[in-house]
Write a protein that binds this ligand. Structure first.
Ligand SMILES: [Zn+2]
Length: 349
């Protein structure tokens, strides 16, 4: 193999209570002098303003810009602002959308990206991939791995619990994603990386084992989830693609995003998809469903707030979303009747 396999990983990761206060020191340590904080109007009050104060107290020039939409127009605007102040880093302080905008803007302006998540809703907090409207596809694209991740479990614990449960769904889904990846390897000779695959699988198992601690909002549970989210970001960086973290269950979620009148959260949809795809793979889908149930994540169409017909359509449509991504759905080629029977068999509809 002459091909160069490049792996970009975060250099500093801090997870725990009140770690936001170390943001200034971390940026100093990385040699940053001017930074652009990207945040939402609401997250500004929760963490953005504090982040700016901490950065300024550490002697950095820290400007703030607000995002409301996760679209390419916003990415271009943030990129221009970052270039105008010659920022060394773009710091995303907020939920998934804000993080994605900051990540993509940093990639486009060639600056560092620092991730400060305020929710644990999906695995984008430490990955190099971003999903933004206007890219012409419903899934994520390569952006830039964070140079640092500062995940304050106290802030994340104060976010609505629904986001945390969604993040668990996104992590548990790796149990299926890795099997889809192995299947593509066996069927088409696609590259498979055991290290990245194992890391994603381990994150999935650990979150399932910690279901009760997460449900009880224990610090230990939050820590396990945050470490799992970071580990999955790392697994994607090692693999060089989202393969270890996104398989047929993600395609089902992307299909829902396209056809459902009101889609649910990404991780919620992936969790429900995981139950059904696990059954197709011959995995113990009941224990996956039980973990999601204990955590308080949706396990049915009703809990997702999505109609029965839409679920069936999404199951059939999923394999068309990303033709190059071979999964169990290419092997079984579900008809509408089979899709309906699958969803019924798992109690989803
Ligand atoms: Zn995901």
């Amino acid at each position: 193999m002459n091909e160069i396999h490049r792996i970009d990983l975060p250099r500093i990761v801090v997870v725990g209570r009140r770690v936001l206060k170390s943001l200034g020191e971390i940026c100093q340590e990385l040699g940053h002098e001017r930074v652009l904080v990207v945040t939402g109007k609401r997250t500004y009050k929760i963490a953005g303003e504090k982040a700016q104060d901490i950065l300024r107290e550490s002697g950095l020039r820290a400007e703030v810009t607000f995002v409301t939409e996760a679209d390419m127009e916003t990415v271009e605007r943030v990129k221009a602002e970052s270039e105008a102040m010659a920022a060394d880093a773009v710091i995303g302080v907020g939920g998934g959308r804000t993080i994605d905008i900051a990540k993509l803007s940093a990639a486009k302006s060639g600056t560092f990206f620092v991730s400060v998540p305020t929710t644990a809703s999906h695995d984008g907090i430490a990955s190099s991939l971003a999903s933004v409207k206007g890219l012409g596809r419903p899934y994520s694209v390569k952006a830039r791995a964070p140079i640092a991740v500062v995940a304050d479990s106290r802030i994340i614990a104060e976010a609505p619990y629904r986001f945390t449960a969604s993040g668990c769904g996104d992590i548990i889904s790796k149990a299926v994603a890795v099997l889809d990846w192995r299947l593509a390897h066996e069927t088409n000779g696609e590259y498979y990386g055991d290290y990245a695959g194992s890391l994603a699988l381990m994150s999935s198992s650990l979150v399932m084992e910690s279901a009760h601690q997460i449900r009880d909002r224990l610090e230990e549970g939050y820590r396990t989830l945050l470490e799992a989210l970071v580990s999955c970001g790392v697994a994607m960086s090692i693999a060089g693609s989202s393969r270890p973290c996104s398989g047929s269950e993600h395609l089902f979620s992307h299909a829902l995003d396209m056809i459902a009148p009101r889609p649910a959260l990404h991780g919620e949809q992936c969790g429900v998809g995981t139950i059904m795809m696990a059954k197709l793979h011959g995995l113990d889908w009941r224990s996956i469903r039980e973990s999601l149930r204990v955590i308080g994540a949706p396990t049915t169409a009703r809990e997702l707030g999505i109609g029965r017909g839409v679920i069936v359509k999404a199951l059939v449509k999923a394999r068309e979303i990303r033709p190059e991504r071979y999964t169990i759905l290419n092997r079984v080629n579900l008809t509408e009747e089979e899709a309906e029977a699958l969803a019924e068999g798992c109690g989803v509809i």
